[in-house]
Write a protein that binds this ligand. Structure first.
Ligand code: PGA
Length: 226
């Protein structure tokens, strides 16, 4: 099972060093597949029992792209996992076309791509969730061997209200008809719901935001499904 932590815009390098140390000390060797996505300014050197991943990147090796980070900066930290299509990036203007370019770039580099999709409340309320999710997957290679898809309803992200179990199960089953990639759920995963969510038939793991911001809280989630 995959348990991924998206730390978003939280943690300095100093505080993430402490986070990484605490996590490493408390993980067991047979723990699930753990990937932590810190802010890129906080990437740490060092060998841990978890992998570090990138929340964002620009599809270039390096170059004249003010404010961006490229492949050479990820390579410095041996990073091989990247979130793509997170709704918080889409909200900042990342279009399906641009996400396709990012996807193709990562694919060429053999990265693990965690491609995030999810409907907003309007789409959910008008019963168009499935067709919308299918459209978000239209431009990417669903056969890519290192693809993971994270289903994250936009209205469940950071709200404390996760989707209900039946709805998650139905959506993951629908996604399974489109791809064999591992399927994650994300959106207000916490200590109370992680076991039930991870027991859903097609659920291959979770992508956690808020409940992972503190190392102790993230470890408690991992322990809950050990
Ligand atoms: P959340 O965030 O757990 O705080 O809802 C999930 C995410 O954005 O990946």
């Amino acid at each position: 099972m995959k348990i991924y932590a998206n730390l978003k815009c939280n943690h300095t390098r100093k505080s993430f060093e402490n986070y990484a140390k605490f996590l490493d000390e408390n993980l067991m060797l047979d723990d699930k597949e753990i990937v932590v996505f810190p802010p890129s300014s906080a990437f740490c050197y060092g060998k841990y029992k978890f992998r570090q991943g990138a929340q964002n990147f620009y599809p270039c090796e390096n170059g004249n792209f003010t404010g961006e980070i490229g492949l050479s900066m990820l390579n410095e930290f041996n990073i091989k996992d990247a979130l793509t299509g997170h709704s918080e990036r889409r909200n900042l203007g990342e279009s399906d076309e641009f996400l396709k370019v990012k996807f193709e770039f990562l694919k060429e580099q053999n990265f693990n791509i965690i491609f995030c999709i999810g409907e907003n409340l309007d789409i959910k309320n008008s019963n168009k969730t499935k067709e919308f999710l299918a459209s978000q997957l239209n431009d990417i290679d669903l056969e890519y061997e290192n693809l993971v898809i994270a289903y994250e309803p936009v209205w469940a992200i950071g709200t404390g209200v996760s989707a209900n179990l039946d709805d998650i199960a139905e959506i993951l089953e629908f996604l399974r008809t489109l791809t064999n990639a591992p399927l994650l759920y994300g959106g207000s995963v916490n200590l109370e719901n992680i076991s039930e969510i991870s027991n859903i038939k097609e659920c291959g793991g979770v992508l956690v935001g808020s409940a992972s911001f503190e190392a102790k809280s993230f470890i408690n989630l991992i322990k809950e499904v050990r």
